[in-house]
Design a protein around this ligand. Structure first.
Ligand code: PSU
Ligand code: MN
Length: 311
């Protein structure tokens, strides 16, 4: 049975601590999606709806962030609202930023990478988000590869996502994951979903149709001492998928704008996400919300199955 691991810099919400101590399923949720991924007030509404979805299906949600210099696993409604209102004024925290925020008592939203680190510290093995970072288009010149990929290589958390947005080079992203030994599992799909689209031209390592099959792969990996995470790619529900040409046009425009404005470093992804949201309007936001809820449902089923295997 897995137990909550304590760390002097980490605050576990009491409900999360109780669930972990009892070996009950917990699902980690990220916060950059709240501050940088969606506009206020839909961001906070979505974060709360995602938590409710996890609860409804039998797990305890643990939204993760750094508040006033403390690592947090499990936020109150007020804390979620605070991050939602801050929006991009909140720091976007990846691995390299964590010690800086801790040292200065800072507040920030955690990316996939930083959420994985804090989840693992807390003893949480399953994490639901929207899309992961990856290898950017043009990375052979820019060297822009998300720290999310390096985290997946080293930190033992399964990340349930809708694949990756095609602001990224999906082929190179998969190559990077392969090199670093990260299994990419397609849930009821043979290809890597591309966030707003249910499929892409790129195959996954294995298609699994049931959550308990995914839990078994997680357990086998970690029982063997193979470090690192897994990507579980869950396609957006069909009724919310966007027409490919609509999304491709928006992404091309966003990339052109980013280039023209010489956007670099950690600003690249938030810039592209905001431009794609603005160019596609309400349709993409509705799809984005629905795919996160869909990922939360699958993550909950996987967490329930994994807890049963570990009991
Ligand atoms: N992709 C999305 N939505 C997001 C992100 C990526 O479709 O919200 C966020 C996640 O928090 C992810 C981060 O971890 O962006 C990656 O940023 P970067 O590319 O700078 O590593
Ligand atoms: Mn980057």
């Amino acid at each position: 049975m897995e137990r909550a691991m304590k760390h002097k810099l980490l605050d576990l919400h009491t409900e999360v601590a109780a669930a972990l101590a009892a070996g009950r399923p917990v699902v980690a949720l990220e916060s950059t999606i709240i501050s940088h991924g969606m506009p206020w007030p839909q961001n906070a509404e979505t974060a709360l709806a995602v938590e409710a979805e996890v609860r409804k299906h039998g797990a305890v949600p643990a939204t993760i962030a750094i508040l006033d210099g403390r690592l947090k696993a499990g936020l109150t409604c007020d804390e979620i609202e605070r991050l939602g209102r801050m929006g991009p004024a909140a720091a976007k925290v990846s691995r390299r930023d964590i010690p800086i925020l801790i040292a200065h008592g800072g507040t920030g939203a955690t990316t996939v990478a930083a959420t994985m680190i804090i989840a693992a510290l807390a003893g949480i093995r399953v994490f639901a988000t929207g899309g992961i970072g990856g290898v950017h288009r043009g990375a052979e010149v820019s060297f822009d590869i998300s720290a999310d990929l390096h985290e997946l290589a080293r930190t033992p958390v399964a990340v349930i996502c809708a694949g990756a947005k095609s602001i990224l080079d999906l082929r190179l992203t998969l190559e990077h994951l392969e090199t670093h030994g990260v299994p990419v599992i397609g849930f009821r799909t043979d290809t890597l979903p591309a966030f707003f689209s249910r499929d892409s031209a790129f195959g996954v390592d294995v298609r699994l149709d049931e959550p308990d099959q995914i839990a078994r792969v997680m357990k086998a990996k970690w029982d063997l001492g193979l470090d690192g995470g897994l990507v579980v790619a869950n396609p957006i529900p069909a009724q919310y998928a966007l027409p490919r040409e609509v999304i491709d046009r928006a992404i091309d425009q966003a990339l052109t704008d980013a280039h023209a404005q010489d956007i670099t470093g950690k600003s690249v992804t938030p810039f592209l996400l905001a431009r794609v949201n603005a160019l596609t309007g309400g349709d993409s936001l509705a799809g984005n919300i629905q795919l996160v809820l869909n990922n939360a449902r699958l993550a909950t089923a996987v967490a329930v199955a994994y807890a049963a295997l570990s009991a």
